[in-house]
Design a protein around this ligand. Sequence first.
Ligand SMILES: C[S@@+](CC[C@H](N)C(=O)[O-])C[C@H]1O[C@@H](n2cnc3c(N)ncnc32)[C@H](O)[C@@H]1O
Length: 387
Amino acid sequence: MTPGPMTPASHDDASRLDFVEGVRAFNYRHIVKPLVDDYGRRVDERKRAGLGEPVTKEEAGSLYISDPSYLFSCALQRSMQRLGWSTASEGAHREAASLSMELRASQSTSVHSELILDSQLQMPDWYTSAHFSGRDDIHLVEGGYWADELVGPFYERGGAAYRLAWRGGYDAAGPGALEIFARSAPPGRYDKVLDLGCSFGGLTRVLRSVFPTSEVIGIDISVPALTYAHYLAERDGQRISYQQRDASATGFDAESFDLVTAFLLLHEVPDDVRASIVAEAFRILRPGGTLMFLDIPPYSALTPVQAWFESFDGRGNGECFWEEFLVSDFPALMRSAGFEELSEGPLDYEEKSYWGSSALWRTGEFDPVHRWVTRAVKPSLVAAGSL
Ligand SMILES: C[S@@+](CC[C@H](N)C(=O)[O-])C[C@H]1O[C@@H](n2cnc3c(N)ncnc32)[C@H](O)[C@@H]1O
């Protein structure tokens, strides 16, 4: 994929981003990994004090929480996250006039893709409230996905730094995991495919190439995210329709899609919205249609120490719904919405180049357990006894 609309980084920005990546890599390799590797010794010490093996993440966390090395590693993670985004944002804003012009031009000369915005759609309170109440915005990005017109261009560069690959660009590692996920859809005919919470179109673009003859639609509530997704599709000649719609109440006709997907949406919405999204997906899928999510594994799939390190994003990275999702019984929610043939588990793939990421647990060796697939089918009319 060719680079996004960002102009080249200034020397100062480049050196700040090198610094961000260098500190992060150092943190993962030389502070976090030794802390994790030291877990057994800490457990032995706990046992000598008459306490048992930790069974909860909080018990595992109690072996770290007041350790200065652990606190230092959390502070490094958070500070580098802030510095990466602010560097990317400042760079984009120095070029605001030309970037805005480029984004708008792609809308008015659209030939491959489509962008449909809904000026009546209200941003839900839960989506905007962190920003207005002074709590952390999601991923510590000022204004989240929605408040800054240039969030697309700067997420691209900040997100690449997040992956420890800013010089290569956000897509340097290729679609990897997303392609394997998309190809894991059960064999079948997918005439209409819908990607929920598509943001800048990471998964949507992959769906486009994996299902070349399908109609592919990506929806999100963020105008700037959709605008940038549309810009990329237009630039790359991809036939994708991006539409501003709420995944919990899409307004699409019942039984109108063969495949509904979402990548990293579930952990970014509150419990009740997640339930509405699953119910809405059930409504708009045709009988026999498939629903597939790629997200973060539940704590129940992790050891207590893994779960403790994974929980950092909820405490230190602005992920305010992380905890409620990871403790929930999501398969039970899917079943209660009517889905059948439910399966879940880690995505089976190797993606060594995407090795730096948000959670402190991701210590430099990318571990497939951090991408979790939940798949289910809407019962066919025959199976449901309706014929
Ligand atoms: C982590 S991003 C998704 C990444 C994206 N799927 C990809 O492939 O790169 C989460 C996205 O969900 C969107 N979102 C959150 N709640 C939503 C809702 N109720 N309806 C539609 N989109 C929503 C956010 O605006 C954000 O763009």
